[in-house]
Design a protein around this ligand. Structure first.
Ligand SMILES: NC(=O)c1ccc[n+]([C@@H]2O[C@H](COP(=O)([O-])OP(=O)(O)OC[C@H]3O[C@@H](n4cnc5c(N)ncnc54)[C@H](OP(=O)(O)O)[C@@H]3O)[C@@H](O)[C@H]2O)c1
Length: 362
């Protein structure tokens, strides 16, 4: 049995409030079917904020997302897990609900060997500890574009015009990947700070980076083959803006938040089901036929494809540039509450650092 502590720090989300506290370390939770991860870094996701507010429908088969973007080291691996202490891993939160939050010094993941094989993903890049990026949000984008190509019978996006609504982490990563697949991209964002961040980090060229108000301009209307809707919530207004950008026969990929019962155009397509079950449905919008498609979550092979893409095309996927701020776990509860209640906002990704800092050498 490895050397594990008597107590550990973990966060609790209760009644819309996040707190950090010291708890007894549950040694009896370490069974043959348990992988214990000691996170080095965590990403704060928009879904974490939504779960604080209670504005996200939580699927029972996979449980809450609160604290799911992480990179860490296996601190204990049960005999039936197939993992070993010391392996560098990340988490796929789409597999089992029997896991604890990542916003902690230790994360417990329980499951059958087959579940753990999907839920805990080995990270081939040791550099990720210094050049931090988050594999899970990238895997979701890899998955979503793979799904889009599959649903539309396309091999790639060569020569296609792709519009993205939202220059958040998801929208920017979509832009990188769609560009890599051969598309020309145009990202439309409501506020200026995320557009400025994308510009300063060199993630979008000027002709790819537009204010959302420009989406109504004649030169953009009805011009795009694919429109990806990637804001916090896919509101009717944003879906209408997106559909106005779509050419006749284009595809609208719904990626940003939807809730049970949402439809678009009103009463035509059940976009929550389309997104969560990854379907495609043709609809009419202002005299044009467009297909509404959805993508949700990711699989282990999407992580593996993400690692391959990043290793092979580092210039196309400068994902470390998405990080805008790093904080310690102590600062996390206040900052995430501020994010959830919109007292503060940050472009890009806020990273929580749990890795002990190496003392300066004399
Ligand atoms: N389908 C999936 O598998 C999957 C996986 C992960 C995430 N998601 C979804 O993707 C969403 C975005 O994630 P993210 O990481 O990109 O979040 P993020 O970095 O926080 O970015 C949020 C984006 O939404 C925009 N936005 C928020 N409210 C808006 C409004 N009322 N009107 C116009 N734009 C608005 C923001 O624009 P401003 O700069 O103007 O604020 C920003 O561009 C998440 O909320 C989640 O629902 C889906």
């Amino acid at each position: 049995m490895p050397n594990l502590p008597a107590t550990y720090l973990t966060t609790t989300l209760r009644d819309g409030v996040v707190s950090l506290g010291t708890h007894p370390f549950p040694h009896d939770a370490l069974g043959a079917d348990t992988v214990l991860i000691k996170p080095d870094h965590l990403g704060i996701c928009r879904a974490d904020a939504k779960e604080i507010l209670g504005s996200r429908d939580i699927p029972e088969d996979r449980g809450p997302l609160f604290g799911h973007e992480l990179v860490g080291t296996v601190a204990f691996a049960g005999t039936r897990t197939g993992f070993h202490e010391g392996e560098l891993v990340t988490l796929n939160p789409n597999i089992t609900p029997t896991r604890t939050t990542g916003f902690a010094e230790y994360v417990f993941v329980h499951g059958t060997g087959a579940q753990l094989d999907q839920a805990v993903v080995r990270v081939p890049e040791a550099d990720i500890r210094d050049d931090i990026w988050m594999p899970e949000p990238f895997a979701c984008i890899v998955h979503a574009l793979r799904k889009l190509l599959e649903l539309t019978d396309l091999a790639d996006l060569r020569g296609r015009r792709v519009a993205v609504i939202g220059a958040g982490c998801a929208g920017l990563t979509f832009a990188l990947y769609a560009r890599h697949l051969g598309a020309s991209v145009a990202v439309f964002n409501r506020g200026e700070p995320r557009r400025a961040f994308a510009r300063e980090q060199g993630l979008l060229a000027d002709d790819e980076n537009h204010p959302l108000t420009e989406a109504g301009a004649e030169r953009h209307q009805g011009r795009f083959d694919v429109v990806i809707v990637a804001p916090t919530v896919a509101t009717t207004e944003l879906l209408e803006t997106a559909a106005d950008l779509a050419a006749d026969g284009a595809v609208l990929l719904v990626y940003g938040g939807t809730r049970k019962g949402d439809t678009f155009p009103a009463g035509q397509a059940d976009i929550d089901t389309i997104r969560r079950r990854e379907l495609i449905q043709r609809v009419d919008h202002r005299g044009r036929r467009i297909a509404v498609a959805g993508a949700y979550g990711c699989h282990r092979e999407d992580y593996e494809e993400g690692f391959r893409l990043r290793a092979r095309y580092p210039d196309a996927f400068p994902l470390e540039k998405l990080t805008s701020r790093r904080i310690d776990l102590d600062d996390f509860p206040r900052l995430v509450m501020d994010l959830a209640t919109e007292r503060q906002d940050f472009p890009g990704k806020v990273i929580v650092n749990l890795r002990p800092t190496t003392p300066d050498r004399p």
